[in-house]
Design a protein around this ligand. Structure first.
Ligand code: THU
Length: 137
């Protein structure tokens, strides 16, 4: 992915972040999934007065992806963005969902609203995710 594409991916995630429904934490998170056809699927965190029902931005975007009939092989990259000094990384629940719904080597860009970023993959974020392991004795 070149710098122009990455900049656009971050900006799409930033726009999605603006839709965050987070009256309780006041911590807005955005996510954007870039598909190989150049289109995007976006998400934001959606909180609830019953706090545990909150849906993170990452899972909002990934559940939208599945419900639109899009699969992991259609995905080019995913970006997650927050207004922090340094990029934030996804919570454990989102990592497990990402491990299931994204390919292991799909580019994941963790970004800030001031456009600092860190490239990673779900393989790096969640080694030994809950799944049948490969190479058992
Ligand atoms: N949040 C996300 O959207 N993604 C994460 O990976 C961690 C946290 C949201 C949940 C909640 O609305 C707010 O950030 C504060 O935890």
């Amino acid at each position: 992915m070149d710098a122009i594409q990455k900049n656009e991916l971050i900006e799409v995630a930033q726009k999605a972040r603006s839709f965050s429904y987070s009256p309780y934490s006041k911590f807005k998170v955005g996510a954007a999934i870039l598909l190989k056809d150049g289109s995007y699927i976006t998400g934001c965190n959606v909180e609830n007065v019953s706090y545990g029902l909150t849906n993170c931005a990452e899972r909002t975007a990934l559940f939208k992806m599945v419900s639109a009939g899009v699969t992991k092989d259609d995905v080019e990259a995913m970006c997650i963005i927050a207004d922090t000094e340094l990029p934030v990384s996804p919570c454990g629940a989102c990592r497990q969902v990402m491990a299931e719904l994204l390919n292991k080597d799909t580019l994941i860009v963790l970004a800030t609203t001031s456009k600092k970023f860190k490239d990673t993959t779900i393989e790096e974020l969640l080694p030994y995710a809950f799944e049948e392991i490969e190479n058992a004795d």
